[in-house]
Design a protein around this ligand. Structure first.
Ligand SMILES: [Mg+2]
Length: 375
């Protein structure tokens, strides 16, 4: 396969409610959709999932787009690829930001799936050497942003449970008290629930974690600083609750650090953060071989990124519900025609050839305004 043209289309996604994340509050989220065209005229879509500001990992939307446009995409024209794994190897050799590489690699999976007349989900299964049936749907969970009051938090959890989510993740920050989390647990004692700290705590907060250790959270995600494996290991040694690492994990060296230092027991795998689907499969396989649990995380995707997450999360490698929400969770208007709804805690995985989603009228009009660039 050869890539002959590309285009990058920016959408300013308007959030239904401000999303508070660590130290930032987002009202809108710029997301660029990268389209790659092959020599047969097929079009594959990928999504740049970095946030506007570097408060998740140190990558931003605009920088990923700049590097794709100036450094990565111009290199594709002279290359031929026989598999998505070959492409992944090549794109990793560019050493660009992970989330830039992932956008191009996603589009390649869409293209290969279209060329072969199979869904992305089926193609990933075949790439894993599995010929058994694919899962028609996956169990999903939802992430709830930071709230000021316990009552607000409880009301929001109740709302999400009513919508059908079976796993709740609470984003927390240091102003959350043990009392607050105890009240939540008293209200929902048996609910599958976890917390995500987005690197906002230090080892000095050890007693906070020890005091919530008995609250039956499924895991504590990324409590300590990005790239800090040693202190995560120190904290894990003193807790029964599993620590899940997110912001720390980019490549196999990071997985090895978790294994060797016992820095956690769970990995939140995100296609964007590890540079694409091929890497996500390789890292998940490595982690599971060494006894770590892995599940599929999310990045407030559009319908394009969501479809890739559903395909990945449906792989037999994953057993814990992923952070994949219904279409109407975050944005006033999505960019794809297909609606993803929660039924009994599950979302259907697209099964038509390629990614299985198409741009809606509003997105297609915007898409048509941008010219293709020949490589
Ligand atoms: Mg996280």
């Amino acid at each position: 396969m050869q890539i002959v043209e590309y285009k990058m289309v920016q959408f300013l996604m308007r959030l239904k409610k401000p999303y508070r994340f660590a130290e930032s509050t987002y009202q809108t989220r710029p997301i660029n959709i990268l389209a790659l065209k092959d020599e047969l005229g097929n079009v594959g879509l990928g999504e740049v999932e970095a946030f506007q500001f570097p408060n998740y990992i140190d990558e931003t939307q605009s920088e990923c787009v700049r590097i794709l446009n100036t450094r990565i995409l111009p290199l594709l024209g002279s290359k031929k690829f026989d598999t998505p794994f070959e492409f992944s190897k090549f794109i990793d050799s560019t050493n660009g930001p992970y989330m830039a590489r992932a956008a191009a690699e996603m589009a390649i999976w869409d293209l290969f799936a279209k060329r072969n007349g199979v869904s992305v989900q089926k193609l990933i299964m075949l790439a894993l050497g599995r010929t058994d049936a694919v899962k028609p749907e996956v169990s999903v969970g939802v992430a709830i942003g930071i709230k000021d009051e316990t009552s607000e938090l409880i009301a929001e959890i109740r709302r999400q449970l009513e919508l059908g989510y079976t796993r709740i993740k609470l984003k927390i920050k240091p102003k959350y008290t043990v009392k607050m989390l105890k009240e939540v647990r008293t209200e929902f004692p048996n609910q599958l629930m976890m917390i995500d700290c987005n690197s906002q705590y230090g080892l000095k907060d050890k007693s906070f974690f020890q005091n919530i250790d008995g609250l039956n959270f499924a895991m504590i995600e990324q409590p300590l600083a990005k790239n800090d494996f040693r202190n995560h290991a120190k904290l894990q040694a003193q807790l029964n609750t599993d620590i899940c690492l997110d912001e720390n994990i980019f490549n196999s060296e990071d997985i090895w650090k978790v294994i060797n230092l016992q820095a956690g027991r769970v990995i939140n795998m995100k296609i964007a953060r590890v540079g694409g689907i091929s890497n996500a499969l390789a890292l998940t396989t490595l982690a599971e071989k060494h006894g770590l649990k892995v599940w599929c995380g999310g990045m407030l995707e559009t319908g394009v990124g969501r479809a890739f997450n559903l395909a990945l999360a449906s792989m037999p490698l994953f057993s814990f519900p992923g952070d994949i929400s219904a279409s109407d969770r975050y944005y006033e208007k999505d960019i794809v025609n297909e609606k993803f709804s929660i039924v009994n805690g599950k979302i259907r995985v697209p099964d038509t050839p390629g990614l299985g989603v198409s741009l809606n009228e509003f997105a297609q009009a915007k898409f048509n305004e941008i010219e293709w660039t020949k490589i």
